[in-house]
Design a protein around this ligand. Structure first.
Ligand SMILES: C[S@@+](CC[C@H](N)C(=O)[O-])C[C@H]1O[C@@H](n2cnc3c(N)ncnc32)[C@H](O)[C@@H]1O
Length: 359
């Protein structure tokens, strides 16, 4: 799985346990699915999952891991195609020039592998599912040899040790069972989709744009060659592509529209205490819509960039790290007080749950 800011990797067992404790729950919407880790956890636990996100790379991951049924897919054929792609001759294309020569996200030798394989996928993929699985293999292979802290707003001053390793494709570990992958704005999606037994919401909680932070994955998936700007060589359209959830004046209305519009009996929402809103504001919003709310705090490490500190473009440390942990809140909402109390385990476990480790 790719490194992803705000990935709920550590929370997956907790989220799956909460959803599993909701009586009768079978269909789950993961509205901001990102890396798809939560959606994968839920699918693996037997739920029918619909995974949505605005990002093209996320749609590809969701098509591979959520919408593709490993029991019915020609997995051996796809694995054989990955072996062919892995042996293609190098190509010095857009990725090599833009992300390895003008910037240093990957070693140029790996950039040439990426260019060759990306072009090869367009030639060999025979279905949307196959294309998504091959692209997922490429994203994951590139992620294993990148030279970043996990965000693509900057690359490391000195090459990361992993960047020296050769890029190698591996078959993604697909899951059995059906599911759905979509790419849509969350507000537009909930206006048209459902019903779901449970909706899981993990929206961006501050001004940092996922589109900008993962611009290379977006470009790799689209296979285009946009104008790039700045030291980070971001896609030109990063300047204009903004999610309402990343803009303080628009974020509350965007969240409220989704919470009020989602066609689900229960809602589970993740939010950080470093976000735009207070837990009291979110609680009131959920209470008005669903009637009953439990709040479960989970102590988490901040993303690795925050822990490393603030540096200028020369790699010199220019700011102090104020804190290395934040509190992630899980809000569980629904119409029935007893169900919510039982599912959240509030009576048994008391207030705080603790998750350890990093992203
Ligand atoms: C906190 S991340 C989700 C992380 C995810 N739960 C995981 O474990 O990887 C928020 C996600 O919201 C997506 N996003 C941002 N604005 C959106 C919008 N308007 N509609 C749908 N998705 C959006 C971003 O692309 C990002 O993947």
């Amino acid at each position: 799985m790719i490194k992803y800011l705000g990935s709920k990797r550590r929370l997956v067992p907790r989220i799956v346990a909460l959803v599993s404790a909701i009586p009768g729950a079978r269909t789950v919407l993961d509205l901001f699915t990102g890396s798809t880790r939560v959606a994968q956890g839920l699918k693996g636990a037997g739920f029918h999952v619909t995974a949505n996100d605005l990002a093209s790379y996320s749609e590809v991951l969701a098509t591979a891991y959520i919408a593709t049924d490993a029991a019915r897919a020609p997995v051996a054929d796809w694995a054989a195609k990955l072996e062919v792609l892995d042996r293609l001759p190098d190509v010095r294309g857009y990725v090599t020039r833009t992300f390895c020569e003008e910037a240093r996200y990957f070693q140029p030798a790996n950039g040439q592998r990426i260019d060759a394989i990306r072009a090869g996928i367009d030639r060999v993929a025979e279905s949307p599912a196959e294309r998504a699985v091959l692209l997922t293999a490429l994203l994951e292979a590139a992620d294993r040899v990148d030279s970043t802290t996990g965000l693509q707003m900057a690359y490391l001053k000195s090459w990361a040790p992993r960047s020296h390793r050769p890029l190698v494709l591996r078959m993604p570990e697909l899951l059995r069972g059906p599911g759905v992958a979509t790419r849509a704005d969350a507000g537009e999606f909930v206006a048209a989709a459902g019903p779901f037994d449970v909706a899981y919401l993990d929206p961006p909680y501050n001004q940092h744009s996922y589109y900008s932070n993962y611009h290379i994955w977006e470009t790799l998936v689209r296979g285009d060659a946009p104008e790039a700007y700045g030291i980070a060589r971001k896609r030109e359209d990063c300047r204009s592509t903004k999610s309402a959830f990343n803009q303080r004046p628009r974020a509350w209305d965007a969240l409220r529209a989704v919470v009020e519009g989602v066609n689900a009996r229960h809602l589970l929402l993740s939010f950080s205490n470093e976000g735009f809103f207070t837990d009291a504001e979110i609680r009131r919003l959920l209470d008005d819509r669903f009637g009953e709310v439990a709040v479960i705090p989970v102590d988490s490490p901040r993303y690795v960039g925050a822990r490393i500190g603030i540096h200028n473009p020369k790699g010199e440390r220019v700011g102090a790290v104020s804190h290395v942990r934040n509190t992630e809140l899980l809000f569980l909402a629904g119409p029935d007080a007893q169900e919510i109390a039982d599912a959240s385990g509030a009576r048994k476990m008391g207030a705080a749950l603790t998750a350890s480790g990093g992203r």
